[in-house]
Design a protein around this ligand. Structure first.
Ligand SMILES: [Zn+2]
Length: 379
């Protein structure tokens, strides 16, 4: 059973890692240096689409970018399908889709750039063919472009609104991509070393994670719920009606999915604290330095609502560099009488180590906390 849990933890943490590295949306202030080589209207929408009207797709290719005609045709076909799907589902007209390929600035991410109202594809060593091979990612960015084209007021405030509110933009863009290709993997053929950008579903609970990634987790939790509700009548049409009525308000989510709203409300009250700062001398970023020959004690504490809903909650420690192993160079053993108390000692030869405390319930990782362990230089 322990091994099974470890495997589950491993898989979930891998998903987690993918998720944490995957915030591609809304590139900020890119400088486009591309020369316009091509100006192409789409071939038109499905001939059987009742409200078929040509939505122009304008593609600008930087002359540095080496993109075959075949890739461009595939891109146009993918965008045309996505736009057509949007029109059919929402009954809306659509604005032209602007695309820039190969801006020549390697600092940019592939994604939708609000300030130039364009989907941008740029070179990145970790990304296959600038992202042009990933239909899910293209569809995700097309949704940003369509939404911001139709409802600019919802996008113009993006730089000032709370990070949590941005979660809804990401969630709905993912849900759009999911509706077009209904599998478990968001973003095949994007990263060279990962099979998906992220999974559409997650078991993580946003209140059991801290740090800058919370908004991404909330977005993922929302998609997770909508994907589950897929057969219960929530489709793009319902999402669009919600957007028209309530904008991007997390507080109004009960109008879209009562179960999602309930889930966010319930899990909001969960708390799992640790005393790492006081007992082991970690700083606020959870960088902890251990002296030789000293045993430190770290105590986690779950609040009542969390324990009531997850009575089997336990903590499994893994290395942040290799989730299949325990933290290297540090001995972490559970206290005899309390499953949330750990004794930590540093071992000979230990180096700086990322140690992750994974919170596991029902065989699933529902939260985690990352620490950076190292040796205390002076006694
Ligand atoms: Zn996005």
């Amino acid at each position: 059973m322990k091994n099974k849990l470890k495997i589950v933890l491993l898989l979930s943490l891998i998903h987690l890692k993918i998720l944490l590295q995957s915030n591609q949306a809304f590139c900020t202030s890119p400088t486009i240096e591309s020369s316009r080589l091509e100006l192409t209207p789409s071939e038109g929408l499905h001939s059987n689409t009742p409200n078929s009207i040509i939505t122009p797709i304008e593609i600008n290719i930087n002359n540095k970018a080496q993109i075959s005609d075949d890739k461009i045709e595939k891109l146009k076909s993918t965008v045309t399908k996505a736009v057509s799907f949007f029109r059919e589902a929402t009954g809306e007209t659509t604005n032209p889709i602007n695309i820039h390929i190969g801006t020549g600035t390697d600092k940019l991410n592939t994604g939708y750039a609000l300030n130039i109202n364009s989907i941008v594809f740029v070179e990145d060593n970790d990304i296959i063919n600038m992202g042009l091979d990933s239909v899910d990612v293209i569809n995700h960015e097309v949704f940003h472009a369509l939404l911001c084209g139709k409802k600019p007021d919802l996008c113009q405030t993006l730089s000032t609104i709370q990070a949590k509110e941005r979660a809804l933009h990401e969630a709905f863009a993912d849900f759009f991509a999911y509706q077009l290709n209904q599998d478990s993997c968001m973003g095949e053929n994007y990263y060279r070393n990962k099979s998906c950008v992220r999974s559409y579903s997650t078991d993580l609970i946003f209140s059991l994670i801290d740090g800058p990634n919370v908004k991404d987790i909330i977005g993922n939790i929302i998609v997770s719920n909508l994907v589950k509700s897929e057969n219960n009548g929530i489709h793009l049409k319902e999402v669009w009606q919600f957007i028209l009525a309530f904008g991007m308000s997390l507080d109004q989510l009960s109008h879209l999915s009562p179960s999602l709203s309930q889930e966010l409300e319930t899990t909001q009250s969960y708390a799992f604290t640790d005393d790492a700062q006081t007992n082991t001398g970690c700083d606020k970023l959870r960088r902890c330095r251990f002296a030789n020959g000293v045993t430190y004690q770290m105590i986690f504490q779950a609040n009542d609502t969390l324990l009531k809903d997850h009575p089997d909650l336990q903590i499994i420690w893994v290395s942040g560099n290799d989730n299949s192993k325990p933290p290297q160079g540090f001995s972490i053993t559970p206290h005899e009488n309390n499953q949330f108390t750990f004794n930590i000692t540093i071992q000979d030869g230990a180096k700086i180590e990322k140690a992750v405390a994974g919170f596991v319930s029902g065989g699933k990782v529902i939260g985690y906390r990352t620490f950076h362990f190292s040796r205390k230089l002076k006694p």
